[in-house]
Design a protein. Sequence first.
Length: 368
Amino acid sequence: MANYDLLLLPGDGIGPEVMAEVEGVAGWLNAQTQNSFNVDIDLVGGAAIDAQGVPVSDATIEKADKADATILGAVGGPKWDGVDFEVRPEAGLLRLRKDLELFANLRPAICFPALADASSLKREHVEGLDIMIVRELTGGTYFGEPKEITDLPDGQKRAVDTTLYTTSEIERIVRVACDLARKRGKKIHSADKHNVMKTGVLWHEVASRIFKDEYSDLECHHILADNCAMQLVRDPKQFDVLVTDNLFGDMLSDEAAMMTGSLGMLPSASLGAEMNGKRKALYEPVHGTAPDIAGKSLANPIATIASFAMALRYTFNMGEAADMVDQAIANVLDAGLRTGDIMQEGKRQVGTVEMGAAIRAEMDRLAA
Ligand code: IPM
Ligand code: MG
């Protein structure tokens, strides 16, 4: 019997709706298993700006730091377009990642057989697709200093973002990716732009050394990030694990996600360094706040529920429960239930709440 502290940060837009379904799954596990989750719910993003004047409060950061795992819905929306750049909703998420040092972002792109026809690519290219994108999350272009817009004497403005990586930042993310590759298809691609960028030169050099010295049992490849974008739509199944920097990882993971049929399907895990057998962890869907459908119970809760399943797998060592949640999702899709984003002819369209309930009902059946 284990007790876990689970922090839920629903955020904005469809965040609260999809998070309610995670609460449902946590409640199911509390009732049906030996483990119990103490669920705490707090604010992040625009919701935190409205209530507290900041996109994430110090108190919330502290809670996330102490929790066994945090699940985040999504942040942002047109309502906060006018707020200061420093305190925009996204800054709350970026601060959580940075303050908790969640440098490793795991973004699986898995194509459920039932959804192969919902992809914009042909079925033969995506059926059985299972890629793990490992994105560096606390360095590179999104965090490097200077990062500013200054005034020039001639009345123009000058904007700077700085892309910066150190050897150890590259080493630790490449190792996380290689360790995952070892447990999967034993194949890894490292994507960079060493033909143009100094950070790319260092990335390439460090990745090559780690591949050679520590992971000679893996099939290791380097690929230019632009070519990688092209190869992902040409022949995505050539990839198993793909490791890349923060900026390229942001782009390539959206691209890979869409191959699976919908951005509404994909979970992610953001992990810190291992300390005493534990890692700080934040789990979140790859999709955003979808303000156009917010509050209408149209959102797909699968990505957020699957993010909770990743938490069960990577933080709580509840592999069996994680498998059950993933299986329940696959079965519900096989049975023809669809939210609007993945709706296909001949299937039954359901709302957020109904999809969540169907997944829990399927878990009942699998557990029986
Ligand atoms: C993501 C998102 C975020 C990012 C935004 C919301 C700050 O696009 O998680 O991919 O750019 O990292
Ligand atoms: Mg993104």
